[in-house]
Write a protein that binds this ligand. Structure first.
Ligand code: ZN
Length: 134
């Protein structure tokens, strides 16, 4: 089942600068910074009450974040939802006609298995499904 919003991902050009901005905004430091090599990104996570915000900077021109910023500039990149069974959701959504971008879930940031749904099939919004690795 798709559950609460796990986090919102924001594409940034310079994660150090953006981290300073968001540290001021939230009046607290991020709880985690992590490189995700499979995605060619560096990520930083903030927690605000129940919510999490993920900042993402591309580490190479191959990165989806690099391409996103080239096309659209900085801004909201994806919305991530918690799921209790990522394999079941991928199968269900694929049957429903959504474009699931991964054949298998992959290891994402913040100790999660993740997969993405193409924005074309979700009204222009990139959706991430994530399940905590236990
Ligand atoms: Zn994310």
């Amino acid at each position: 089942m798709i559950q609460k919003i796990e986090h919102i991902g924001i594409a940034v050009k310079d994660i150090k600068k953006a981290t300073k901005t968001y540290t001021k905004l939230f009046n607290q430091s991020p709880y985690k910074t992590e490189a995700v090599e499979s995605e060619n990104v560096i990520t930083t996570f903030f927690k605000t009450g129940e919510n999490k915000i993920e900042l993402l900077e591309a580490t190479s021109e191959e990165s989806a974040i690099y391409k996103f910023i080239e096309k659209k500039g900085e801004g909201i990149h994806h919305i991530a939802f918690d799921v209790d069974d990522i394999y079941a959701e991928m199968e269900r959504l694929s049957k429903e006609g959504f474009i699931v971008l991964n054949e298998q879930p992959k290891k994402g940031a913040d100790n999660k298995l993740v997969c993405f749904l193409h924005p074309k099939s979700v009204n222009g919004v990139l959706i991430e499904l994530c399940q905590e690795i236990k």
